[in-house]
Design a protein around this ligand. Structure first.
Ligand code: FAD
Ligand code: NAD
Length: 469
């Protein structure tokens, strides 16, 4: 009879693979079941990693065409080698997914290829694409099956002319006119990629603002910056239908969200980026009796336990922000909990980064949330126009905003819009993790000249004032 595993993880995305590694480090005998050919899930294969490879490459293309001159670098107008840019993206993905294979070997984790389903507590069935299935005996199971793109009713995705993020990451040519449905993170990141490479991008958003959840002041400023970059926005608008034309184009029917006259507009490609939904198909959850919530997510308690003993769930398939680092942290926490330790994730301090140019990064409460909750706050806000390094880099767009409690000075949230905002947000994140005050940050020496000095200046503005403004 086959060995019994201490833990079997279904799904090898950032939630699943991290849970497996931590569990193995804590002495468990671990199996991972993955239906795709490579490990790493959405994030490494068709999400975070390939999108960042294209975002970086397309930003360099844009800079070479527009910014080099100002630095005294005269070059002919750059030409796009899209196949090579895609090759860079694919190589980046390969390097990352093979990294997970290496980590599995290093930690003596046993991988199984095929669709995993739960045959009952302690039993995971693996059904490969070809060949016989097998049953894994296991003491514990973690469901880490992630999420898939949400669709709009009546709009058929073919991943060529009407694409999700997956198709938008591998278009064979730059569309002349790209329709982006949804001004959320995916829409703005991938819309930016194709706009930089030459597409005329129109973003249609149901709400009257972009990036729900982002501080509204930062969202307004980002909206203006993206418009300057050539993206057109139709806010308060919905796409009712898309027709595929014989000449290879598509016609979208747009309507004001509040109702009113419809408009027909022609595009070459449409990207549907209206959110993602939890994925539980084929897991056999109904058979074993694992409960879902009203939005189809696996219902868990504060310790990632489902209603069935020995079955846990983490990542995009449960409640909370659909972010890779949230899934990873839950992976560590659940492994520690199964090992009898006190695993924990601080959901109040999970940073978000939008990798547009400039980047936008935020953590904790936004000003809108503080207002809605009636919390008295003070604002320290510092613009990058007053930062020496930003001037030297011709990167003076944006600001740092720190929000602190009026009475205690404790930092409650922060937002940064600037080059490298995604790197800088972590000093506010660490500060918040330690329940720090704005004064703690303001009194911390920052190297000069760095963009991070703007973060310190914003903290100084929560007290006696910034120096350089
Ligand atoms: P997933 O990564 O979705 O992994 C689930 C895995 O389970 C998959 O490999 C799937 O094949 C497997 N699976 C499912 N069902 C079964 C089954 N029955 N049997 C076997 N295997 C199964 N987040 C960020 O934090 N930063 C970013 O920059 C970022 N960029 C993104 C860009 C794009 C285009 C997209 C789509 C997402 C992005 N995300 C980003 C979100 C991020 O990818 C997800 O939050 C993260 O991947 C969730 O991890 P997970 O482990 O829960 O699930
Ligand atoms: P999202 O929730 O960020 O944005 C979806 C947008 O579509 C919203 O603005 C919403 O109002 C709009 N919308 C919904 N229905 C619409 C309709 N019918 N017509 C027009 N607009 C409509 O979702 P997303 O951008 O698809 O991203 C999915 C998930 O992936 C998110 O949870 C995100 O956190 C994650 N992700 C993260 C990153 C990152 O961290 N950098 C990058 C990509 C994706």
């Amino acid at each position: 009879m086959a060995d019994t595993f201490d833990l079997t993880v279904i799904g090898s995305g950032p939630g699943g693979y991290v849970a497996a590694i931590r569990a193995a480090q804590l002495g468990m005998k671990v199996a991972v079941v993955e239906k795709w050919a490579t490990h790493g899930g959405t994030c490494l294969n068709i999400g975070c990693i390939p999108s960042k490879a294209l975002l970086h490459a397309s930003e360099l293309f844009e800079e070479a065409g527009h910014s080099f001159k100002g630095f005294g670098i005269d070059i002919p107008a750059p030409t796009l080698n899209l196949p090579q840019m895609m090759q860079h993206k694919d190589d980046t993905v390969t390097a990352n997914v093979s990294g997970v294979d290496f980590l599995f070997k290093k930690n003596k984790i046993t991988p199984f290829r095929g669709v995993g389903s739960i045959g009952g507590p302690g039993k995971v069935l693996v059904t490969p694409e070809k060949g016989p299935g097998q049953t894994i005996e296991t003491k514990n199971i973690i469901i880490a099956t992630g999420s898939v793109s949400a669709n709009l009713p009546g709009i058929e995705v073919d991943e060529e002319r009407v694409v999700t993020s997956t198709g938008a990451l591998k278009l064979k040519q730059v569309p002349k006119r790209l329709l982006v449905i949804g001004a959320g993170i995916i829409g703005l990141e991938l819309g930016s990629v194709w706009a930089r490479l030459g597409a005329k991008v129109t973003v249609v958003e149901f709400l009257d603002r972009i990036v729900p959840g982002l501080d509204s002041e930062a969202a307004r400023q980002l909206n203006r910056m993206l418009q300057k970059q050539g993206l057109e926005f139709k806010l308060g608008t919905k796409v009712k239908s898309i027709d595929k034309n014989d000449n290879g184009t598509i016609t979208a029917r747009l309507e004001p969200a509040a109702g009113g006259d419809m408009e027909l507009a022609e595009f070459d490609v449409a990207l549907v980026a209206v959110g993602r939904k939890p994925f539980t198909e084929g897991l056999g959850l109904d058979v074993v009796g694992v409960a879902l919530d009203e939005r189809g997510r696996v219902r868990t308690d504060g310790h990632y336990r489902t209603n069935v003993a020995g079955i846990y769930a983490i990542g995009d398939v449960i409640t909370g922000p659909m972010l890779a680092h949230k899934a990873e942290d839950e992976g560590i926490a659940v492994a520690e909990i199964i090992a009898g330790q006190a695993g924990h994730v601080n959901y109040g301090v999970i940073p978000s980064v939008l990798y547009t140019s400039p980047e936008v990064a935020w953590v904790g409460k936004s000003e809108d949330e503080l207002k809605a909750e009636g919390i008295e706050y003070k604002i320290g806000k510092f613009p990058f126009t007053a930062n020496g390094r930003a001037k030297a880099m011709l990167a003076t767009q944006g600001f740092v905003k720190i929000l602190a409690d009026v009475k205690t000075d404790r930092v409650l949230g922060g937002v940064i819009i600037s080059k490298s905002a995604g790197e800088m947000i972590h000093e506010i994140t660490v500060l918040m993790e330690f329940s720090g005050a704005a004064e703690d940050l303001a009194r911390t020496t920052h190297a000069h000249p760095t963009l991070s000095e703007a973060v310190r200046e914003a903290a100084l503005m929560c007290g006696d004032g910034a120096i350089h403004i």
